[in-house]
Design a protein around this ligand. Sequence first.
Ligand code: IMP
Ligand code: MG
Length: 173
Amino acid sequence: MSSLRVLISEEQIQTRVREMGAEIDRDYPNGSLHLVCILKGACFFMTDLARSLRRETYVDFMGISSYGKSKTTSGEVKVTKDLDFSVEGADLLIVEDIVDSGVTLTYLIHLLEQRKPRSIRIAALLDKPDRRLRPVQVSYVGFRIPDEFVVGYGLDYAERYRNLRDICILENP
Ligand code: IMP
Ligand code: MG
């Protein structure tokens, strides 16, 4: 039987996302910020983060697939939807749900750097540092979590559980 155990509550998430927004606002002294939301998991986090920013903010989406239905990385990354806007000269903030092996973000940063933005930083709601295979610098981390498989607030297991309000550990999926 699979079961869900709350790891981070809705209230904790909302408080932390507002703090992250304030921190990001402080760090970028002026100008607009382009959020690059990684589909699909990060879009729940992105909409809350975007609304906590007080500066001019643009949002765009990028589809990346690396996992398929399995729980571990295949090491293969594919762009399934590209950005709508040009990012040349822009301050980009990649918004990701969770950094696990780091394979996805390493690939994405390499890809986006070729488009000559002014800056690229990463905001990730969750970080599982124990699982890192590729080093990535994440400027804004919501929560560091242990090596457990989590779902909710955008995160899925085989496309299920994204709509849960809390982040939960999924046992015996
Ligand atoms: P990475 O390339 O291994 O860093 O993979 C990052 C992606 O793997 C995330 O965007 C998630 O889609 C997925 N992922 C990694 N860990 C989890 C988890 O615990 N729950 C759900 N998805 C996860
Ligand atoms: Mg993802």
